[in-house]
Design a protein around this ligand. Sequence first.
Ligand code: PLP
Length: 377
Amino acid sequence: MINYSSQFIDKNDVKAVTKALNSKFLTTGPFVKKFEEKIIKKTDSKYCTVVNSATSALHLACKVFELKPNDYVWTSSNTFVSSANCALLCGAKIDLIDIDLSTYNLDIEKLSKKLAAAKKKKKLPKILIPVHFSGYPCDLKKIYELSKKYKFKIIEDASHAFGSKYLNNKIGNCRFSDMTVFSFHPVKIFTTGEGGAITTNNYKLDARLKSLRTHGIVQKKKNTKRPWMFYQTDLGLNYRLTDIQASLGISQLKKVNTFLKKRNKISKIYDEELKNLPIQLPKRTDNFYSSFHLYVILLKKKSRDLLYKKLLKKGFKTNIHYIPIYRHPFFKRFNFKRKDFLNNENYFKNAISIPIAPHLTKKNVYKIIKIIKEFFS
Ligand SMILES: Cc1ncc(COP(=O)(O)O)c(C=O)c1O
């Protein structure tokens, strides 16, 4: 069974993990710091804090902004639940923005109107979490301008978008945001088993993130009389990434450009081979580079569920990204109305993520194409 995405692990990765296992520290050791330095270089950011998942990263990123019960955090309706849960875990309220049907990212026009209406009601968000869905970058400049006008913070959810670029900016350089969050889950661009990171250019934010990742504890300056001394100065968690995972991350990062090239190469084959079918292909824009974490096609005439079943029968496990946040049973309590998310409803009915991964063979790519062509013939 071939999944829509999965990890690529080679001998060097195994060696890297073994090296960490044989080293002095399995956690809070030198591999973590080195991994952070590598991510800083790869993203052109100033600071990085690695944690044990993107979910933890989003939670900490929200936590540093001290959300109060009446504060709002807004995000896209088409995302994984973590992008909304992080706000709820901080005791804040959430609201959702419908998607743009060409990019599947949050609709900036709708965001702009919603902000104007929220200003009148004095319910402006404190934080916006734009999600670079599938790796296709959000139009960050426009979002940034809105953030200045309406005074909200921006946490980019770039769980899908390590290696993506927006107008020659690497996603994660935080030129148009306060922080950027990445995921290193096995299906993502590269992996640490589980893992995540937050990049920022703000020293204070980074220092707080590092403290919160480890219980809110800071090590006291060297004290010869009491070398065992440490203080908890904040209420934090244990969201640390181990050195075993960090060492795997360092090794995986060496291959990340190859991973990105391979994903993009497959995306071009799909583009070319599927272009004459009644489906909408992923959007391409000059100066927007997608990591192609996902390759989503939108069926115009035939049933998405039938295609899902057909591909599954032939050994290809596709997926639907995502069940819109407002459709999950847990989120019913917030009384979101489906009529406010008509683009997302249309998308959800017709979208399917077909396999794309660095080690997907050309043979399998063409098998998938053949099945899809047959499905429409
Ligand atoms: C958009 C988005 N945000 C957050 C997450 C959470 O990532 P993690 O599994 O690393 O916690 C995911 C994972 O699928 C995601 O797709």
